[in-house]
Design a protein around this ligand. Structure first.
Ligand code: SF4
Ligand code: SF4
Length: 358
């Protein structure tokens, strides 16, 4: 497999996708997540964050931040790794799922924001890995969490930040849907300390609904692989009435966790709040959450946590990104055009390539 290692720059610039393979038919395949998108020149992957330009894939969102927040690691939720410490959460744009109840649409799918980046019209904040570490140190946190959407879609940045974090005695947390390749996990496992992964359901139809190429086995295998590679793993299930609240299935989930991650492995059960295409489904009743809790304890799990007040790791109430960064707001939100010169004088990436690819 062809692999290119990104180099960080002080200015916004597209970075080569970390796991890519040039195929005999002239297309290039991305191996960051299990979509394994096969792209022609000018095309973008399902996540919209990677683009093929003349046979090489590039990450559009490297260093681009959509949200920052500081809070307890327990809110990720992670409870058995450095409890009581503060963590700085960061996210970019783009996700490899399209969950119908997602609370983070504007930033998680981030289609408009990624279109703007592709057209060289984005005013999103760009923060180098070193600058992000500096922000974390100024905030006095002990770790950095990659969250708000699937971090695999900007793994280039996640890994560069995580390496620097370790040098600065900061831990890292990766909040994931675990639709991630083994190759992606192998790249991140030496550098990322904690995986907090969703297990959304044990029903294939549920996964097919939100991500047509996904199935439960792939997600579960990825979670087990992360633990095998030495990451500290905790799992989370958001219980949606009528969708994934079947008692037998919840019991099977608890059994899977005990058998594959161990009886000590923490399981976090969160409440669903209506959103987007699932706005007509009511909030999860407390009884359902506690029923799942009791069943999991009967199944032999020792650490099961219920969150009555919390669904996902949302960014909707975060302070503006610029609040955390040094510099004037206008400077932070200047238009971002790729600093590389390969696109010609106009400096607007992809516009012409998108035209060529049609
Ligand atoms: S990260 Fe996943 S969705 Fe995005 S281009 Fe790569 S394989 Fe496709
Ligand atoms: S709920 Fe999470 S995995 Fe699903 S689309 Fe939103 S950010 Fe992506």
């Amino acid at each position: 497999m062809n692999k290119t290692i990104p180099t960080t720059t002080s200015e916004y610039q597209l970075q080569p996708t970390r796991l890519q393979e040039q195929l005999d038919d002239g297309t290039t395949r991305c191996h960051l997540c299990l979509w394994r998108c096969k792209l022609k020149h000018g095309q973008r992957g399902f996540c919209q964050a990677h683009v093929n330009r003349h046979g090489t894939l590039y990450n559009l969102s490297y260093g681009i931040l959509s949200a920052i927040d500081v809070g307890r690691i327990e809110d990720k939720p992670v409870r058995h790794y450095r409890p009581g410490t503060q963590v700085m959460s960061v996210g970019s744009y783009g996700c490899n799922f399209r969950c119908r109840g997602c609370h983070n649409l504007e930033i998680s799918w981030g289609v408009d924001a990624l279109d703007e980046l592709a057209r060289g019209e984005s005013k999103a904040a760009y923060v180098t890995p070193q600058a992000l570490i500096d922000v974390a140190l100024r905030q006095g946190v002990e770790g950095i969490a990659f969250t708000y959407s699937e971090p695999a879609v900007w793994l280039e940045y996640v890994i560069d930040v995580s390496k620097l974090a370790r040098e600065n005695n900061l831990y890292t947390v990766y909040v994931s849907n675990s639709f991630v390749t083994d190759e992606g996990l192998a790249e991140m496992a030496p550098w990322v300390d904690v995986l907090c992964s969703d297990i959304k359901s044990l029903d294939d139809a549920f996964y097919k609904d939100i991500c047509p190429v996904s199935n439960v086995e792939q997600v579960l295998a990825s979670i087990a692989e992360a633990q095998r590679l030495g990451m500290h793993v905790e799992t989370r299930t958001n219980i949606i009435p009528g969708k994934n609240d079947d008692p037998q299935m919840l019991r099977a989930m608890a059994d899977w966790i005990r058998q594959n991650l161990g009886a000590d492995s923490p399981w976090h059960i969160t409440r669903f709040f209506p959103a987007y295409q699932l706005s007509d489904i009511p909030m999860t009743p407390s009884e359902s959450l506690w029923q799942a809790h009791d069943m999991a304890m009967q199944a032999g799990l020792k650490h099961v946590y219920v969150y009555d007040d919390k669904g996902c790791d949302c960014a909707t109430e975060n302070r503006p990104v610029a609040d955390f960064l040094n510099g004037k707001v206008d400077d932070i939100h200047q238009v971002k055009k790729c600093a590389a010169s390969c696109c010609g004088d106009e400096g607007i990436l992809l516009k012409k390539y998108e035209a060529e690819s049609r």
